[in-house]
Write a protein of this length. Structure first.
Length: 537
């Protein structure tokens, strides 16, 4: 009778003996591939060596499932080819005693992968970002650039000290490949213009130099060349949304989603397509803003009209005051003239009564002439009074018209203000709708990222479940056959399903869990099917 513990240790030892070289080989290939990409994008060799530990850490979650699948297929293929499985069964051992230790190993690696994806890698990404920020600050400080403005044109960051007459002074340009600085350009001055198509910007730099990025923190930054004037075309790529999520740990993502879901708990039914809702709502807000601008223009016009009318009223009141004063003066003239006529008549009567000597026809004519002259003056003053009264009447009508105009304008202004208040309330409702849609969109993105962290951890276990029956069925310990099976399953089945699932999940038209976990579900179904085949034999 075979001791079960000895058998379990033997199986795990056989698995690890194949797994360790397999993961080293895959790690080497993945790191080499990423290194070639970064070198091709411009990262220099010394900087590459400084980020290799982080790069190796990033590739472990990708290398683990493939290595486990290869090791499992090869281990059980050798056991089957050497008839060891048959011997174990003949010794009275059930099949589950052969597969249990390796499945437990798969569970352990799944937990390890989960920990890497959930906690270690986000902190590592953040550490690399901090190193890059320190490198940027060091370059700026070394070259005495006091950056007061920062412009992001993915994958470029442009730091500007000052702007004079449309010319940017003391410019530093950092080009990134993923999270790594691959190029640095420094220039005394430059210009930034968006091309006619709007798909890129033209960066013109003058009197500058290329320098080599130095992440390690060396004192002297090596130069790579100088230029008098250079023009660079930078494509305006679509910026990745919420890139900062990659720096958040799984617990942080879950906490953020919990906070957002709490805020959304009192909202109405969720939008089917929050992104479309946001876009359409902003169009409505934009149209409403134009309407509000038109209303504000009307309000300004009304205020101007009221001010003009109010300015005219004192002028008309002044005209009335002057006209009334003139009327009183003219009436005084008339009264004086009438008094003079009365005086002349009185003198004439006195002369007639006393029969003054020399009172004759000539005196009568002189009297009539004086009276006629005074009466002309009276008529003239009456005409002037009439004219002044007409001025008063015109001014009063003008004041009445201006007051009516002010009242009408105020009524119109109140109506416009009511319309503005109604539009402001509608706009606030739309802004709140955008806020809810953005929260739903962010909650969805957080959920996608959470499941993206969780789902790869199950891959190690599902690949072991596939690898055990595959190895037994192939009955081969050939490394090439094991690698071939692994790459076929991973490259042509697993990763296409993962990529398709993520696209479907991020589009918000498909449920997250089926989309993200579909690849693992297919692996699990395939593993169960293969296990059923070997159990039937």
């Amino acid at each position: 009778m075979i001791n079960i513990n000895i058998l379990h240790r033997y199986l795990v030892k056989e698995l690890l003996r194949t797994f360790i070289p397999a993961i080293f080989c895959l790690e080497f290939l993945l790191v080499l591939g990423f290194s070639v990409q970064l070198l091709h994008k411009g990262l220099d060799v010394p900087s590459l060596f400084s980020v290799l530990p982080y790069m190796a850490l990033y590739t472990i979650p990708h290398a683990l499932p493939a290595s486990l699948l290869t090791a499992t297929v090869m281990t059980y293929g050798r056991l089957s080819a050497d008839n060891e499985i048959t011997a174990i069964k003949a010794a009275g051992m059930h099949l589950h005693n052969i597969v249990t230790p390796v499945i437990v190993t798969g569970v352990i690696f799944s937990i390890l992968t989960l920990y890497l994806n959930a906690e270690v890698l986000p902190r590592s990404y953040f550490k690399v970002r901090q190193l890059q920020e320190k490198a940027v600050k060091r370059v700026l400080a070394t070259h005495f650039i006091t950056a007061k403005k920062k412009i992001d044109f993915h994958p470029y960051q442009i730091y500007i000290t000052s702007i004079e007459d449309g010319i940017y002074r003391d410019i530093a340009v950092f080009e990134y490949a993923d999270d790594y600085i691959v190029n640095i350009l420094l220039a005394e001055e430059g210009e930034i213009e968006i091309d006619e198509s709007g798909s890129g910007i033209m960066l013109t730099l003058r009197r500058g130099e290329f320098i080599r990025p130095d992440i390690k923190g060396g004192i002297d930054t090596p130069k790579m060349g100088n230029f008098e004037e250079a023009v660079f075309e930078i494509p305006l790529r679509k910026r990745l949304r919420h890139k900062a999520l990659k720096y958040a740990t799984l617990t942080s993502l879950i906490a953020q989603r919990g906070e957002i879901d709490d805020k959304l708990s009192g909202s109405e039914e969720p939008f089917k397509d929050p992104e479309k809702t946001i876009k359409d709502t902003w169009k409505e807000v934009s149209a409403m803003d134009e309407e509000i601008n038109g209303i504000q223009s009307k309000l300004r016009k009304a205020e101007t009209e009221i001010k003009k009318s109010k300015a005219k009223i004192p002028k008309q009141e002044g005209a009335i005051k002057r006209a009334k004063f003139d009327i009183s003066v003219f009436e005084n003239y008339i009264n004086v003239a009438r008094s003079n006529i009365s005086k002349l008549k009185l003198e004439r009567e006195i002369e007639e009564d006393t029969k003054i000597l020399g009172f004759d026809l000539r005196r009568e004519e002189e009297f009539e002439k004086n009276v006629a002259l005074i009466e002309k003056i009276i008529e003239k003053e009456k005409r002037r009074i009439k004219k002044a009264k007409r001025k008063v009447s015109i001014a009063e009508r003008a004041i009445e018209n201006e007051n009516k105009k002010i009242e009408d304008t105020r009524l119109e202004r109140e109506e416009v203000l009511r319309s503005q208040e109604a539009l402001a309330k509608e706009r606030q409702v739309l802004i709140e709708r955008v806020g809810v849609a953005e929260k739903q969109k962010m909650s969805h993105e957080l959920s996608v990222n959470i499941h993206k962290r969780l789902s790869p951890s199950l891959a190690s276990l599902t690949f072991i479940l596939i690898g055990i029956p595959l190895g037994i069925m192939t009955r081969s310990n050939n490394m090439l056959i094991s690698l071939g099976i692994s790459f076929i399953l991973i490259l042509f089945i697993y990763y296409p399903l993962v990529a398709t699932g993520l696209i479907l999940a991020e589009s918000m038209n498909f449920p997250i869990i089926p989309s993200v976990w579909a690849a693992n579900a297919v692996n699990l179904i395939l593993g169960i099917y293969l296990f059923s085949k070997i159990l039937d034999e």
